[in-house]
Design a binder for this molecule. Structure first.
Ligand SMILES: *Cc1c(COP(=O)(O)O)cnc(C)c1O
Length: 366
């Protein structure tokens, strides 16, 4: 008897919608200046190199980690001056928190709402979990279309609303008055995703006192710890205790716990890096805006969105890669992002190289 091959088994058993999706595509960055993924260009501070080694040496790698990560949670409360009346839930990156949130709220018929374009993982994870996803286009200036959002809330009352603020990939904050209107109108849970809070001029933790249906989600990835994978969710214990139940027991490794705690206990070193990135953001915005061919919007995140002359985005993106600089092509991902590229703020040297690559690539096509 002929047994099926592995691909025959897989084709028969793997969900059709899973078979249909393309694997999450990470651009190959070998040998390139990497300005595509909102990473911090600065490395682990030299002041902490001994500390880093001590963390690895002392970590009880043969034991399961403490699932409550008490030292790390305490350091988060301190570093970000979070009111101790709230509880914190840790995720292996905020991606994992998004998954836990949707899992915990996915009653039959449940749905998720988010504006578009926004962080793609909300939709991707809702799809994995078979949860309906509503999206409402932003306005042309990337602000929330508040009337359209409220209409969807009234009609569908989604169990979960995600608002990335600052938004990725557009870099802007949403109006606080719009956030309030959504929180007031929603019978569901609203999650404000502050992944870019280190670079933002407005924060929303204070709204927790006012709105029992709000949680604030953040990550340390954009702050310089992307490789460690740590996201956190802040809010009322009534929410955190329930969502904690769908967490896999040992989601934060011992080394991540120790190293992240060390970073947070020396938070001023990372704040200095953040300040340099914000200074560069301003400088880069001015440089980009000086080129008449480019349209560049202010940003509250560690990246800038530039709009190029019509029809040139793909060629400029390729031209820049050929010149050694990898950025993200937004053009083609959503109509509002036509002709747009997204550039992560790098170190001054990287930004200089990026500017020459951008100018040369533009010169070649315009
Ligand atoms: C980068 C990003 C995240 C994911 O961060 P991780 O903690 O690295 O998983 C979440 N939300 C937004 C809006 C992001 O841009």
């Amino acid at each position: 008897m002929n047994r099926s091959t592995a691909s025959e088994f897989a084709e028969r058993l793997i969900r059709n919608d899973v078979q249909a999706i393309a694997a999450y595509h990470v651009q190959d960055a070998t040998g390139l200046i990497k300005l595509d993924a909102m990473e911090n260009p600065y490395e682990w501070p030299v002041e902490l190199s001994d500390g880093l080694q001590a963390c690895a040496a002392k970590a009880a790698i043969n034991r399961y980690p403490d699932p409550r990560s008490p030292g790390l949670v305490d350091a988060l409360f301190d570093a970000f001056s979070i009111d101790r009346r709230w509880k914190i839930l840790l995720g292996n990156g905020s991606d994992e928190l998004i998954q836990m949130l949707i899992q915990a709220l996915a009653r039959p018929g449940a749905s998720v709402l988010a504006p578009a374009p926004t962080f793609v993982m909300y939709r991707v994870i809702a799809g994995f979990l078979n949860v309906d996803y509503h999206e409402v286009d932003l306005r042309a200036d990337f602000s929330l279309d508040i009337d359209a959002m409220l209409a969807v809330i009234e009609t569908h009352q989604p169990e979960l609303v995600f608002l990335a603020c600052p938004n990725n990939p557009t870099g802007n904050l949403f109006d606080r008055s719009d956030l309030r209107r959504i929180l007031n109108a929603s019978e569901g849970l609203v999650v404000i995703d502050e992944a870019y809070s280190p670079f933002a001029s407005e924060h929303h933790l204070d709204l927790l006192t006012e709105f029992p249906n709000l949680l604030v989600m953040r990550t340390l990835s954009k702050l310089g710890l992307a490789g460690l994978r740590l996201g956190y969710l802040v809010g009322d214990s009534a929410w955190i205790e329930q969502i904690d139940k769908v967490r896999l027991p040992y989601n934060i490794g011992v080394v991540t716990q120790a190293v992240t705690e060390l970073a947070l206990r020396n938070f001023h070193l990372f704040q200095a890096q953040t300040k340099r990135i914000c200074d560069e953001r301003l400088r880069l915005l001015e440089t980009l805006s000086a080129d008449q061919r480019l349209q560049c919007l202010p940003s509250d995140a560690n990246f800038l969105v530039v709009r190029l002359p019509k029809g040139t985005a793909a060629a400029v993106h390729t031209g820049m890669r050929e010149r050694g600089v990898l950025i993200k092509k937004l053009d083609g991902s959503h109509p509002l992002l036509a002709d747009c590229l997204r550039i992560t703020i790098g170190s001054p040297d990287e930004n200089k190289a990026m500017m020459s690559a951008l100018t040369a690539s533009l010169d070649a096509v315009v």
